[in-house]
Design a protein around this ligand. Sequence first.
Ligand code: 8ZB
Length: 484
Amino acid sequence: MELLDRKLPLDILMAERDEVLATWPTGQGAADLDAAFSYQAGCPPQKQFARVLQEAETDGATLMQPRAGVCLLASHITLLKRLQDEGQADLLPTTIDSYTRQNRYEDVNTGLTESQWEGRSLLNGFPAVNYGVAVCRQVSEAVGRPIQIRHGTPDARLLAEITLAGGFTAFEGGGISYNVPYAKNVPLERSLRDWQYVDRLTGLYAEQGIVLNREPFGPLTGTLVPPCIGHAIGVIEALLAARQGVQDITLGYGQCGNIYQDIAAVAALRRLARRYLERFDLGEVSLSTAFHQWMGGFPPEEDKASAVIALGALVAAASRATKVITKTPHEAIGIPTAEANIAGLRATQQILKMVGVQQPIESPAIEQETDLIERETTSILESTLQLGEGDWARGTVRAAEAGVLDVPFAPSRVLRSATVPARDLHGAVRFLEFGNLPLDDEVKAFHRDALERRARAEHRSVSFQMVTDDIYAVSKGWLVGVPR
Ligand code: 8ZB
């Protein structure tokens, strides 16, 4: 059957649930939905992700959330408590390990057993599926803040069943954003359909008055992704999620580094999401924004890394993003220790406190950049809708084939991968190659001109060398890549 953007019929969802829950023994623990509803209904207000986000959105505050997940239960709980108490994280994560992300639960078992033997984490996250509902509840009960599941899973149906029944109140991902940056060979029809399941399940909780938060993964490949790319995908995933009954959505954006462009990107994201949800009669959905501190390569030196973190905190606060996802001074090395994770939160908090009281940063240049991002994103969205003959799911599949939706540096074969980004003279991320993106001629001329001006200033021609230089620039102490 062709994939369409329609609310999944309940009987189809329920039949599919039986299959999903049967794929691993712990699935049965999530089978009783009424039990899951009544457990979630007992979640205190200060631990409800959607509620805490909406309060911040109303107050114009920016909340802090780290990434964190280890494999052993006691260590994971200790880690979250330290991030809450010593790091003062407003929102907590539980990052899932890579085997679980790939539905390789047998391999998780091996890693979990060995970790328990050795008494240290040999998996790169918390294996929620293998642990099952009861253990997830131990985690969610151990802390005083809302927790979100963060992962990178093309088929997250079982993970969602277990963690939502397990008391977590937010779930990251989407059918495009958790496919194309993370998988090579998963068809979009497949991942979009599997995420309709996740969203429909989230919607069932909402029907019971239990509003759980969903968040598409905005930064995608995290490598020089121009704002319009992540924005188009985020808006599509928001529309698809809302169609299935999701009531609270956070749209994310990964810091590019030019302050004007980054502030404009957050403003544009808000406006675009509102406009499209309203146009498709999904305007009842509550929206919020996530600002990801620099997702590209970090300087290896911890002091320099802290400075990059602080710049991200500044823009998060100045743009009034609802939350900022923090990085750590260990970013260049790998998964951070608790101490490094706390250091990232503390550096961020200092800046949020100092900047959050100031007026939001606005200027004509930011307005101009906001207009540009809205115009580009709208072009991509309208072409997608047209290709889908009015249907966002069908449109997404066709737009990816046509290169109308494309993501720089994505490993996925479902995309053309024909776009190439590079920075302009001021470090804003522009397009060097447009691939088949449906941008208008004026916009394309603007990008070409911006890169030409950089080339002249650097006494070289616009070329792929610039791109390589830009990819490493921040880690070497610059924003714009310098010729070697
Ligand atoms: C796409 C997200 C990448 C970022 C961090 C990476 C990187 C991944 C964990 C984690 C703390 C974990 N990350 N897994 N951070 N604990 N288990 O996500 O370091 O910054």
